[in-house]
Design a protein around this ligand. Structure first.
Ligand code: IPE
Ligand code: IPE
Ligand code: MG
Length: 240
């Protein structure tokens, strides 16, 4: 395993295996806010701050791909105030962090159906991905307006439109939002829910899962460490 020079032995003691691709279902923002008698949007704000810290920590640990589930196709059905609040947080994230991601040599991919966004947000997302596309240190994938079934269907429809009536696994994977990204090795879900909620249905075929009761805004470096130590103990067999 490649250890970054910045890390000390004590700090990272126990992390002998690091997933190449970590995925996180960042759940529990609403309950975090409700517990504090705050509006749900305050939970999303706290969640987005934790997301920023997590990206840095994953890059520092030598993880090469991080995918976060930020907003599902089903989440569009939440009340308008909450959706508007989340979109506002997303827009300010882009403005503030895209130049920082660029300085850190981080590539960005958005996984999801951008047609759901208003034109301005859609263009901002496309421009951000384009600006960072040649970065090489780390790949950050944000699942935004993402649904696993939706992704599979759009791939099927795209292939049919190209005139195909039979495809290989490789061709199919190239039509998914995750084209060119290796499958996730480890999927963490916070907040105590033990389900996948339409996340990376195809790609997670052999992923290891980790569920914790900790709410996403509270899932800090030490919680990530605990999860990664657990990953190091898993025996992956891939059917062999
Ligand atoms: C996850 O937190 C963020 C999104 C789904 C956008 P939730 O908003 O689902 O928080 P809970 O599950 O209601 O606590
Ligand atoms: C899954 O969380 C989606 C995200 C974390 C973005 P939800 O809170 O939407 O999922 P359910 O409704 O509990 O299954
Ligand atoms: Mg939730």
């Amino acid at each position: 395993m490649i250890f970054s020079k910045k890390r000390t032995k004590t700090e990272d003691n126990g992390l002998n295996v690091i997933p190449n691709h970590l995925a996180i279902i960042m759940d529990g923002n609403g309950r975090w806010a409700t517990k504090r008698h705050l509006p749900r949007t305050a939970g999303h704000k706290a969640g987005s701050e934790n997301f920023v810290k997590t990206v840095d920590e994953c890059a520092r640990l030598g993880i090469k791909y991080l995918t976060v589930y930020a907003f599902s196709t089903e989440n569009w059905n939440r009340n308008q105030t909450e959706v508007d609040g989340i979109m506002e947080i997303m827009r300010s994230y882009i403005v503030k962090y895209v130049p920082i991601l660029d300085k850190k040599n981080i590539r960005l991919r958005i996984l999801g159906d951008l047609n759901y966004f208003d034109e301005e947000s859609r263009n901002a997302l496309i421009a951000s991905v384009k600006k960072l596309e040649n970065n090489t240190a780390f790949t950050l994938c944000i699942a935004l307006s993402y649904g696993g079934r939706h992704e599979i269907l759009q791939a099927v429809n795209r292939l049919l439109a190209e005139g195909k009536n039979e495809v290989t696994e490789k061709e199919f994977e190239e039509a998914l939002y995750t084209a060119g990204i290796p499958d996730p090795d480890f999927i963490i879900r916070t907040s105590g829910e033990e389900r996948i909620s339409n996340f990376l249905l195809w790609q997670s075929a052999y992923a290891e899962y980790y569920f914790t009761k900790v709410l996403w805004p509270d899932f800090d470096e030490s919680e990530l460490r605990k999860a990664l130590v657990e990953f190091g103990k898993r025996k992956r067999r891939f059917g062999k």
